[in-house]
Every structure is written in structure tokens, then in C-alpha cells.
Ligand binder design. Sequence first.
Ligand code: AMP
Length: 423
Amino acid sequence: MEELKANMLFGKYEVGRILGKGTFAKVYYAKEIATGEGVAIKVIDKDKVRKEGMMEQIKREISVMRLVKHPNIVNLKEVMATKTKILFVMEYARGGELFDKVAKGKFKEELARKYFQQLISAVDYCHSRGVSHRDLKPENLLLDENGDLKVSDFGLSALPEQLRQDGLLHTQCGTPAYVAPEVVRKRGYNGFKADTWSCGVILYALLAGFLPFQHENLMSMYTKVFKEDYQFPPWFSPESKRLISKILVADPERRITISSIMNVPWFRKGLSSLSTFTTSNDDVELEAKVIDSSPPQFFNAFEFISSMSSGFDLSGLFEEKKKRGSIFTSKCSVLEIVTKIESAAKNLKFKVKKVKDFKLKLQGSCEGRKGKLAVSAEIYEVAPELAVVEFSKCSGDTFEYVKVFEEDVRPALKDIVWSWQGE
Ligand code: AMP
């Protein structure tokens, strides 16, 4: 790529050494010129992805990373695109892969527990958003400069819409040594329970320095997995053995749940309280959404074109302010749009306040997980018969926002929508 050859990316990042390679991507270290801050840039080849029919997966990775913000999950800072590449600018995890450390030798119980607590915190957070990771393994567990865990690689994650009507996932994925038996069996499986299994394998590996199920022959390894055939090394404490034997249960229905793991005394050791432990930094993100002072702004041509194209739709991710937005075009007049949104909001028992002529703030009446939901709707007239409408969440829980938006707001506006972004 031209920009990478010159070591400069859009005049904004100075690109350095390669950090790692995935199936579709290379990850580079880079420095943001303005702040001097180190970042990791994942460069994905659009063509390669298209050829392999992986478009949906990449889009999913983007939407998953937008939904999750947690101290133990690699943060997505921005997404950029050139003609041939997609670039994910991510928080840089300076400490490298946890796997490299485990490969050098087993951890003491306290350290293994710390990483396991952070892993479970991240997984519990994702599950509360309806997201299962499905490829949890030490290679996807990175460390930051403070030695704290950062879960990366959401390439195989599944969002709720992928669940078929039986509520189970049907794509086989994951890495053999960590994969739950029900995933191997190719029957439908519950992604949350499968993640729990992988967490058990990881905990075992952290304490042992090797994997619980290992065999050069894949079939023999799976036979061991199905039979829960593994041994504890002599240095495992009775409490850690008890916990692992509750996690590595082949029948997903009998396997301990993440919330029960969080109540096990061995797990809780050293934690002050569950609430401080599970606090996410979602509120930080909400602060950036205080909307009233921002002047209306037009979309730039690139964003507008990319929002309308059926290929990669990245426009909503270019700016912080557009995060969590939902955009549609309409051929109706701005006045008609405002009237329609107002009446739809009233039907949904949302209070409506006009912030500016073409900007509304809608406030829900029910108390949600993070208080009442508040949403802004801004209408931009881009041509005499073409308006772009953007919704964004101002406060409340993101998952509840997505649910209300998908189930109530979108159907209520169908008469005035010409096309939803990306559809
Ligand atoms: P991935 O394609 O996400 O599996 O990334 C491939 C490799 O790049 C990882 O195994 C890491 O070694 C490295 N890597 C990925 N993301 C980051 C990051 N945010 N910070 C540091 N290294 C990373």
C-alpha cells in the first residue's frame, strides 16, 4: 500500500514494525503523530476478504468492536479505508501475547487467577451485550504496559442476529485445543457456554504451562475432550481443581455458568467487590455524546458515498461523534421527517424535545440497565429532495438502544426511509 510504503498513513500515523499476522490481516505498530501515542493498526486486504466471502465477518468484527468497551478488551479507536484496504486503528497492547509468557513456564496461582479474573470480567461483559467471542485462546489474550489483560480478535465473534430460531449458533469455528465438545459435534451450540469451556482450558494452561487436551492426532484429542479425559498436575490447589472440573464438563447444560464462576471463593480472592470489578468504561464513551453544542455538519462526500454503497460500509465509524449512530436517507421534506419522528416517538412513549430546528432529543420513560435511554435525531438536507437522518444514543445502555432501535424505531419510520445505511 502506498501510504504504508512511505511509512505515513493519511499524514496521521507513522507506521512501524509488523506486530503479527492473522489469516486476512497484518498488524503494524504505529504512532499517532499529533499525540505521540502508540497504536496497533490492523490492515485488511479488501480483495482477499471479498474472494473468501468473508465480507460479512469483517463487518461483524467492526460492529462487535463498536459494541464492546471494557478495560480488558482491546479498544477500537477508528476505522479507515483506502481503495484496497481496511484499517482498524486499535489500542496498542505493549506487553505482547500472554501465550508467549505461558510458553516460558507456568504461572503462580495468584498471577493465573488475576488473568482469569480479568478474562472472565471481559467475557461476562461481552455476554451481557449478547456477544460471544468463540475463539478465546492465549494468542488472543494480549497484555498492556501494566500487565493487564486485553482480549483481542473478534473476527469470529457472533452477534445475536446470527442465532437461528432455536437460539443456537451453527458455524463451526475456534481453535481445536480450546474448542468446546458441542462445537466440534457440529450440532447447534450456545456461544456463551462454549466461551466458558475455553476459559476453563485457558485457566488450566495458565496454571499448568501446558494444555489439558493434547494429542498429535486430532481425532484422539477430540476423544479426550468428549470424555473429559485430562489429568491435574500435582501442584494444582484443591480449589482450582474443583473450579476447573466444573468448567471442563462436556455437557454444556451441566457446565458452570460465568455468573456462578464469579461467585466461587477461589475466583473472588483478592477482589474488593463484584461491582467495582465488573464496571465498564461505557460511561466515558457516553460523555463524548453530549450533543447540544455541536453545529449541524454535512457529511463529507466520502462518508456519504460509502454510507450508500453496498460494499464496505464504514462511514459511521470515522468519527467519535458518529459512533453508535444509525443513518438513513429520505426523499421526504425535512419538515415531514421531523413530524414523523415526533409521532413515532410519542407512540413509543418517548418524550420529544427540539434541540435545534432539525435536531430532536428523544427520552425514554423506562429505567434501563444504565438509566433512561436518550437518543438524538438530526436531519441534514443534502440536496433539495434528499435528506440524511442520523440517530445516535446520548445516554442509557447501548444494548438496550440497539434493541429498541431495531425492534421499534426502524419499523415505525419505514414510510419515510428511502434507504438505511449499508442496506
Ligand atoms: P489478529 O489478526 O488480531 O489475531 O492479530 C495478529 C497478531 O498481531 C496478534 O496475535 C498479536 O501478536 C498482534 N496484535 C494484534 N492486535 C494487537 C494490539 N492491539 N496490540 C499489540 N499487538 C497486537
